[in-house]
Design a protein around this ligand. Structure first.
Ligand code: FAD
Length: 365
């Protein structure tokens, strides 16, 4: 089989990976010279802990296994099973963490409630006063700025993979066939459009009522910390944004405690992961109303408590998210021989290996 994959973000790259793994030939077309969308702008968190129970958690756990497998074969993508700590500072937050450890699937996530001393033993870089932490052993991380390129190099080594950069796919010309903006036609047995948050143009023509929305986030990266941040770290505002944490304890937390004004204004949770060079990637804000601001603003970073190394990079990114929170991804047969896969939202890094595996199974690759 010959598969045409459009879009070289993580979703497209994982589809290419699945097809090549199954012995097929892949032509991978990307509008930019290489991936430039959400897939290189994120934390690189393989975040199992925050996922909703059921299909979403199953997808994340399967994807975590696949990341570990490809990470062992492609060390350049930087997979590490570093786990995460969500720090809690008072009784109301502690109650949400405790309730999480009592979920029926808590063991699958590797949840454990730690006191402050146990959390510091796992991650000695933690400073200040806090009451404890929710440890999620199954969380991991990759290096988003280089992961796609590392996977691409491994795919090229297979001899069954061709990367066509700098070409925008404009038109479907027949079953399994597309034309790019240089006038070249690419023909295969299947086309998979993994075009991320670009919902206009060809995607709108093919799927005018796509059930996804776009979300913009701000991020920053510091100079090296000068010590190891051995786990990823989240603050208790994360309980408000991740679907894993529902129920009475969260309702009580929301009633007892407002987010700080800047966190509420930017719909923030604080997530932090250490990069391979020792710098910290820190975010994230959420903006839902379009047109999005084009500025990267400073005030979310005044929210950070601990003295930090100087900020080296500031950027924003946009992802596409299924409007139905119960859907992990939107996958549809757009027309004969052409499938569209988009909308993994803030879990695209976490889930894409398993999303691509499901596409491959459903299409009989
Ligand atoms: C700031 C931020 C932080 C995030 N943090 C995390 C995280 O820690 N963990 C997690 O699991 N998820 C995270 N996410 C979500 C995750 O990054 C996305 O879900 C994922 O990257 C989406 O991948 P994609 O391949 O669908 O899209 P993209 O990475 O946007 O890739 C789409 C590609 O398609 C190309 N393209 C579009 N149209 C065409 C065309 N017509 N022809 C050719 N090429 C085309 C684009 O140029 C682009 O390269 C975050 C997202 C953001 C923005």
């Amino acid at each position: 089989m010959r598969v045409i994959v459009v879009g070289a973000g993580v979703v497209g790259t994982m589809h290419a990976w699945q097809a090549v793994e199954r012995g097929h030939e892949v032509v991978h077309i990307e509008r930019e010279a290489e991936a430039r969308g959400a897939s290189v702008r994120n934390f690189g968190l393989v975040w199992v802990g925050g996922r909703a129970g059921g299909a979403e958690l199953e997808t994340a756990l399967r994807a975590r296994e696949l990341w570990e497998g490809s990470g062992a074969r492609v060390p350049g993508l930087g997979f590490r099973p570093n786990g995460s700590l969500t720090l809690v500072t008072n009784e109301a937050e502690l109650a949400v963490a405790r309730a999480a450890t009592e979920l029926p699937d808590a063991a699958e996530r590797g949840y454990k409630l730690l006191d402050a001393a146990e959390a510091r033993a796992l991650n000695p870089a933690l400073r200040g006063e806090f009451a404890g932490a929710l440890w999620c052993e199954r969380d991991g991380a990759v290096e988003p700025r280089v992961a796609q390129r590392a996977l691409k190099d491994a795919l090229l080594a297979s001899g069954r993979y061709t990367f066509v950069g700098g070409r925008e796919v404009r038109e479907v010309t027949g079953p399994g066939a597309v034309r790019d903006d240089h006038g070249a036609t690419h023909t295969g047995d299947a086309v998979v459009l993994c075009t991320g948050a670009w919902l206009g143009g060809l995607v709108r023509e093919l799927a005018p009522k796509l059930p996804v929305r776009r979300v913009r986030l701000q991020m920053m990266q510091t100079a090296p910390l000068g010590e190891a941040l051995t786990t990823s770290v989240a603050d208790a505002d994360s309980f408000r944004y991740y679907p894993a944490y529902r129920g009475e304890a969260l309702t009580a937390l929301a009633a007892a405690q407002q987010q700080t004004p800047v966190a509420a204004e930017h719909k923030m949770q604080l997530l932090m992961v250490q990069r391979a060079d020792g710098g910290l990637t820190i975010g994230d804000t959420h903006e839902y109303a379009e047109p999005f601001n084009f500025d990267v603003v400073e005030d979310p970073y005044e929210h950070l408590g601990r003295p930090l190394p100087p900020i080296r990079h500031l950027w924003a990114g946009v992802y596409a998210q299924c409007v139905d929170p119960g859907r992990v991804v939107h996958r549809e047969r757009a027309t004969d021989g052409v499938w569209l896969v988009t909308g993994p939202g803030g879990r695209g890094i976490t889930c894409s290996p398993a999303i691509a595996e499901t596409t491959a199974n459903e299409l009989g690759w």
